[in-house]
Design a protein around this ligand. Sequence first.
Ligand code: F6P
Length: 522
Amino acid sequence: MSLFNINPTKTASWKELIKHYEETKDVHMKSLFLEDSDRKDKMSLQFEDLNLDFSKNRMTEKTMNLLVELAKECELEDAIEKYFGGDKINETENRAVLHTALRNKDANPILVDGKDVMPEVNETLNKIEAFTEEVVNGSFKGYSGKSFTDVVNIGIGGSDLGPNMVVEGLHFYKNHLNTHFVSNIDGDHVAEVIKDLNPETTLFVIVSKTFTTQETLTNAETIKKWFLQSAKEDDIQYNFVAVSTNLEKVKNFGIDEKNIFTMWNWVGGRYSLWSAVGLSISLAIGFENFRKFLDGAYAMDQHFKKTDFSKNIPVIMALISIWYNNFFGSESEVVIPYTQYLQKLAPFLQQLSMESNGKSVDRNGEEVTYQTGNIIWGNTGTNVQHAFMQLVHQGTKLIPVDFIGFKESLHGNEDHHQKLMANFYAQAEALYAGKTAEEVHLDMKISGDEKKINHLLPFKVFNGNRPSNMFLIEKLDPRSLGSLISSYEHKTFVQGIIWNIYSFDQFGVELGKELANKLLIK
Ligand code: F6P
């Protein structure tokens, strides 16, 4: 069944939101806190070990009610049912969208074209488990009989960014295998990765849903050539495995059929890290941890599916984003994890969100008349405080922030962690409260130089009223990371539903590929 086709700007709630925006756009959040001493509690949500505090947003209860109404008018409930139920909601590619099936633990079948996908999902998971075990315990050996020390993931886009982000994100949980990623077609990338590797003890995982992607195939061929300088054609079966839907092409590359991990066309590239595309994750942290990662995502799926919109974390995340994007005219959002482990979260979220919702044609095939996908960017705290935060604090643009912090430090360095978290809270507070002219004056009074004070004062004032969400999670571990990523996936989905666009195709990346191929032929 198709998704409903509703122009959000024609709904009653959208019209109400425009009026409401005009009435409230200049209200300072400080006055909202003063008016309601329970604001923080009312605007916080708890899911397992994750707390989302969204009280530092330029919105009231009425704003949220209207936004929830908008979601209802756009038939979000029906869309969620179709999303989880295996309906072909990726209509332009005639495909279901079932990354949620990859972590599903319900007993109920999930049907695509009348066939339950769960037996195949579980079979592949079993295969990932068995393979991981053999590689980690050293019984699956390279061509010369030695156990593996290194794993190289060859892929790009969704076949790289997700696994790369999680392997780095969960580095604390890693085993003895060292994992590397080759993605760019820049020959220097692959050269740098392989230069110190031993072909005998390196396992190559070629990940390409289509097995036609220029970058991945070129890198795989280059690595194969390098490998064959020390090994024979027949040895490829020991050191190369592949993850793909295109079994024929993989076999032609020389990979043994038993070393092919399947995936399905109902898994989009940027949503595929839960499938065998995540093989390098499982190899790096062990299958047990990989399962915990899937379980965390599944738990968030249940929350998203079953919770009332007003208490639903991904729905709230999406609605807040729409409020700034479509009413305040914010063009971008910044995501700042306060952990170095999540350095690659922003590039992952960029593909997730921008490849999904960077669309300007609605589900009716017509040009949209309103803003859709916003620009996602970010990096880790506290590094960003010494880089781009100046613009977020005092620039001319309104840039909502997602701060992501963890209560516990993995290595247990309390001194560092207290300082890290002090910065996490301070940034949100500074954006929210700012610093008034009186406060600046008071600070500078001690100098006694009134002339200097008056000269510098305007530069030192912070208007504040800059919004942020605060995610506070107990500890960075496989389960919490799984839940966090799943919440961003569902946020992206909700936005696409409300913007009335198709979030699961990516025709926008094709033209560049075509032109590059034409230039190569010339
Ligand atoms: O960039 C376009 C894209 O199709 C992404 O959606 C995908 O993640 C990436 O290319 C890689 O595709 P494949 O896994 O088929 O090599």
